[in-house]
Design a protein around this ligand. Structure first.
Ligand code: NAD
Length: 485
């Protein structure tokens, strides 16, 4: 091992709860023995912090450490039951803009049981947007709503990250999954940005699947995929499916990457049922730490540690969670497993493919393009009203309050058009979207006319829940055109 001439890299470490301290000790021992050159700052997170009444589960001083080091190696924590507590992961992700969640899901056939020996998928999940904004409202007696937000810059940076990751790690294809046949605007934007970014990477194959059939294909034939990039909710679900079918939920590590700060962890939780018994498998956290080493430019150490770990798995030295009498040669505890990996540093697997990381390379960064802003014009308003009356009565009132510059164009219930036209069989709830537009779909209307319309509606006894402006952008409608799409 050649001595490193650079200075130790500062990182922030949290030992967490449950099995956290045991697997963190094992991980730090292994990477230190592997030559990691780190200056470790330790912070407190989790149960002990929640117990002090801190609902975020992280000390204020800890934020300072994270801002200083910009690299966070985090053991799992136990999330307190009951309301009032915030998820620490969501807090850290959002506060620091950790936009990409990267989860490699390879199989370790024939050493770890799986039905998919050829699987080697990396899921890159958008980590901040989509339905995870926590913007939810109860709007009527019967109806609640969660807002799905997809942004162009948010989509572009995670998609670019996925392509850059594919290039860096010698992968050949990036696949995007969306449901843009239904959500034409939100998922449609993610898909469109994917196509735009893909054009900048002609050396990589790119493809898009509708998420339902794509997920089925992933569960059935995961070896057909390489790098997958997805919006937040789909990624949350698919990354667990992928880790499970690879046979390795307990072996999975993940990276949460931001423009400045990054967080590395295991994908499993704090396993309180086996805490303090030297039974836990430290592999998930160790593989998170391997991603961290590559991120901070110590790719040579990442490679040495990862290959020694692969060799340990291949030699059948297994913790109880992956132990199988037919495949394993030794059932070991957490600390013995760490010793086994350390004793194999410098070795590579013989059957599994050895990994390669470039030493000393810069971490992956992405730039989002500045696009010219479009000309935006208000051309109408969707007013959502709360009423238990039948649609004919609601329409009668709306027709009287519409005009002079805003006409009632349609009423929908749960997205289905019920006026004009409509069929008696449509099931309706107390939540009506009423669309008003000017002379035609692209004629500008004024905010004053909209406000006057809302005043007339309230006076007519139809209280509105909310409104959505209908805008055109460079003349193109920025809204879905109607019913049940
Ligand atoms: P879990 O992942 O902690 O445990 C599920 C099962 O897998 C348990 O039987 C456990 O013993 C086993 N297991 C997990 N990791 C293991 C390991 N490294 N080695 C051997 N066996 C292992 O999931 P859970 O029981 O649903 O959650 C426990 C706590 O962890 C909860 O409070 C949950 O909120 C929290 N959690 C935290 C994180 C995180 O901090 N990133 C992630 C998920 C869950």
């Amino acid at each position: 091992m050649t001595p490193r001439l650079t200075r130790p890299v500062p990182i922030t470490v949290a030992h967490g709860d449950g099995i956290g301290p045991e697997i963190m000790d094992a991980t730090l021992k292994i990477i230190t023995a592997g030559g990691a050159d780190l200056d470790v700052e330790t912070i407190r997170i989790g149960q002990s912090v929640y117990a002090q009444g801190n609902t975020a589960g992280i000390d204020p001083e800890a934020w300072e450490s994270l801002r200083r080091t910009k690299v966070f190696l985090k053991a799992p924590i136990t999330t307190p039951q009951g309301g009032g507590f915030k998820s620490l992961n969501v807090t850290v992700r959002k506060a620091f803009g950790l936009f990409a969640n990267v989860r490699p899901c390879p199989s370790y056939h024939p050493f770890i049981s799986t039905r998919h020996p050829g699987m080697d998928v990396v899921i890159v999940r958008e980590n901040e947007e989509d339905l995870y904004g926590g913007i939810e409202h109860r709007q009527t007696e019967d109806v609640v709503q969660c807002l799905k937000l997809i942004t162009r810059p948010g989509s572009e940076r995670v998609i670019r990250y996925a392509f850059e990751y594919a290039r860096r790690y010698g992968r050949s294809k990036v696949t995007c999954f969306t449901k843009d046949n239904i959500m034409k605007m939100t998922d449609g934007l993610f898909h469109r940005v994917f196509n735009e970014v893909a054009a900048d990477y002609p050396d990589l194959e790119s493809e898009h699947w509708i998420i339902d059939i794509g997920a089925a294909k992933l569960a059935d034939t995961p070896e057909a995929f390489d790098v997958i990039v997805v919006p937040n909710l789909y990624g949350d679900i698919l990354s667990d499916v992928a880790a499970q079918i690879a046979g390795s939920v307990g072996l999975g590590g993940s990276a949460n990457i931001g423009a400045e700060i990054a967080m590395f962890e295991a994908i499993h939780g704090s396993a309180p049922d086996i805490a303090g018994q030297n039974l836990a498998n430290p592999s998930g956290l160790l593989l998170g730490a391997v991603q961290m080493l590559a991120h901070i430019g110590q790719g040579d150490v990442a490679e040495r540690v990862h290959n020694a770990w692969l060799r340990t798995i291949e030699d059948g030295v297994h913790t109880v969670d992956v132990y199988d009498a037919a495949r394993s040669t030794a059932k070991v505890g957490t600390s013995e497993f760490a010793t086994a990996v350390i004793s194999r540093l410098g070795e590579a697997p013989k059957t599994l493919r050895p990994v390669r990381y470039q030493a000393g390379t810069e971490r992956i960064t992405v730039q989002v393009r500045e696009l010219p802003r479009s000309r935006k014009e208000l051309v109408g308003i969707d007013v959502f009203v709360d009423s238990q009356k039948p649609v004919e009565e609601i329409a009668k009132v709306l027709e009287t309050v519409a005009g002079p510059y805003l006409d009632l164009v349609m009423i929908t219930n749960r997205g289905q058009k019920v006026y004009p036209g409509g069929v008696p069989e449509t099931f309706c709830v107390d939540h009506w979207r009423c669309r008003f537009q000017g002379q035609d779909a692209t004629s500008p209307v004024s905010y004053e006319d909209v406000v006057a319309l809302l005043g007339r509606l309230a006076a007519a006894g139809l209280p509105f829940i909310k409104t959505e402006g209908l805008f055109t952008f460079d003349g193109q409608p920025g809204f879905s055109l109607g019913q049940g799409q």
